[in-house]
Design a protein. Structure first.
Ligand code: BG6
Length: 487
């Protein structure tokens, strides 16, 4: 970034996302010299806050969510003095005029970023009211935070109404998983090396496991989460985006539409899971009381704000297939859940066994090669290979070649939002979802959710602190597979 002055407007400016992620990310960008001197951050929200009150809120947010070692007083003061607050109720046209007036006090042609960190049902009316107040200048961009709707129909309506105000090239649909360093490293790994591409296909890979496991529960977000569930909160976006980055064909360039065209093809090639097939290819779970790191935690139904008879899933596993020449027949197991044993996000690639074990013909097959692409903790790539154990006998042992990003590069990794905000300011759409990608993802997800609802079955329960419902293990066992952590 840098280079030019810009204005960033955050709707939902004192909300959860702004407080925990956006303000801290902007603090870092400012500290690291990515803001020119007249750039501003203008928070908008329904409550009437004085500028000073908002600055105090932002200061607290930074003190709480920026690492103490990275917080210095002069950087904090320089950041806080860029902040302003304007009261904007999404339904109140006159409030948008007040916002326009604040914005127009500085050069109105500068880059403007409107970050909609609100509920998705406000996106369309926010954009329409912005347009009526003349806020959509040629140098404006709008950022839409996930979830974009709750199904294909609502996503389509948002896309149409936002698209009537902003051109597709102005619309940045965020999936913060695309801003994670390891996810971009997947591009580097796949397309910067000649080594892997010949292996990256059904002939060499037996199955792929994509896991995003969390230890946290609903974290006080029950009003959002209980009507959303793991499928809409995590699978529809983060896990499918990981799948796309992993499975797409080589794009002809790193340019936004070249990459997004290839991702779209993966989503379109997902084998539909409808009715009975959806039930037999998925597991839906909900945590009951248990313990996380030795600490007792309540079950989902006892969390504040959750309906006592809620059937919302806090865990989802889907066995997916990408029906292309490259991937036909390879199962992709996608799973995500809250209150699981560890916080761990990774893509595990299991390679096929060697055709013949020459070392001990009667002992069956050798352990397979496995690649583990880690998003967290300890970001990096591990490749398990077999090596001879030193000594007189010919004994093979799995060992790992390990690329550990932190110790290899020794720089502070950018938070996903820091990276993505930089890309928005630069105007680079590569790491953002296009309207057709988003709709293709919902088109695949909707029938699965419908099948769950139609079945009338409650989710399977699992203990907080475990790896999910036992049927998650049996689903893989049916295919002769095991989860990575069981190996
Ligand atoms: C968000 C979900 O998109 O991602 C949250 O709404 C989830 O429920 C979070 O906790 C996980 O993100 P990360 O970066 O902590 O893995």
């Amino acid at each position: 970034a840098g280079g030019e002055n810009f204005d960033m407007v955050i709707f939902g400016g004192v909300g959860d996302l702004a407080t925990r992620k956006l303000l801290p990310a902007l603090y870092y960008l400012n500290r690291d010299g990515h803001f020119l001197s007249h750039s501003r951050v203008i928070a908008c929200g329904r409550s009437g806050l004085a500028r000073e009150a908002f600055q105090a809120h932002a200061e607290q947010a930074c003190r709480r969510y920026v690492r103490a070692a990275d917080l210095d007083d002069s950087a904090l003061q320089s950041f806080l003095q860029r902040l302003d607050y304007v009261r904007v109720d999404a339904a109140e046209k006159s409030h948008f005029e007040a916002l326009a007036e604040t914005l127009n006090r500085q050069d109105p042609d500068r880059t403007r970023v409107y970050f909609l960190a609100t509920r998705p049902d406000l996106f369309a009316s926010l954009c329409e009211n912005m347009s009526a107040a003349g806020l959509n200048t040629a140098a404006s961009r709008v950022v839409l935070e996930k979830p974009l709707g709750t199904d294909l129909a609502s996503a389509n309506e948002i896309n149409c109404r936002v698209g009537a105000v902003f051109a597709e090239e102005q619309i940045f649909r965020i999936d913060h998983y695309l801003g994670k360093e390891t996810v971009q490293n997947l591009m580097a790994l796949r397309f910067g090396n000649a080594l892997f591409e010949p292996l990256w296909r059904r002939t060499n890979i037996s199955d792929v496991q994509i896991t995003v496991a969390e230890q946290v529960g609903v974290e006080g977000r029950a009003d959002y989460y209980d009507s959303t569930g793991a499928m809409r909160d995590m699978v529809q976006n983060h896990l499918l985006q990981l799948l796309c980055m992993f499975a797409m064909e080589p794009p002809c360039s790193n340019e936004a539409n070249a990459v997004r065209d290839e991702k779209l093809k993966v989503l379109r090639a997902l084998k539909p899971l409808v009715g009975q097939a959806a039930l037999s290819h998925t597991v839906r779970g909900q945590y009951r009381a248990g313990a996380i790191n030795g600490q007792a935690v309540p079950g989902y139904l006892d969390e504040d704000g959750v309906a006592t008879d809620s059937s919302t899933e806090t865990y989802a596993l889907i066995k997916a297939h990408v029906d292309t020449w490259r991937w036909a027949g390879v199962p992709f197991y996608l799973r995500s859940g809250k209150r699981l044993a560890e916080r761990r996000a990774e893509i595990v690639v299991n390679f096929r066994p060697v055709p013949l074990n020459i070392f001990s013909k009667d002992m069956g097959s050798l352990p397979v090669n496995r690649m583990v692409i880690r998003l967290h903790p300890d970001e990096g790539v591990r490749l398990n290979v077999l090596a001879k154990q030193p000594g007189p006998a010919m004994r093979l042992k799995p060992v790992s070649l390990h690329l550990d990003f932190a110790s290899t590069f020794k720089v502070r990794p950018l938070d996903a939002y820091e990276r993505l905000l930089t890309e928005v300011i630069r105007g680079n759409l590569t790491l953002f979802m296009r309207n057709d990608e988003l709709e293709a993802a919902w088109r695949w997800v909707d029938p699965i959710i419908a099948a769950w609802q139609d079945s009338g079955e409650p989710p399977r329960s699992y203990n907080a602190g475990s790896w999910g419902p036992s049927s998650a293990v049996s689903l893989l066992a049916r295919d002769g597979m095991v989860w990575h952590e069981e190996v």
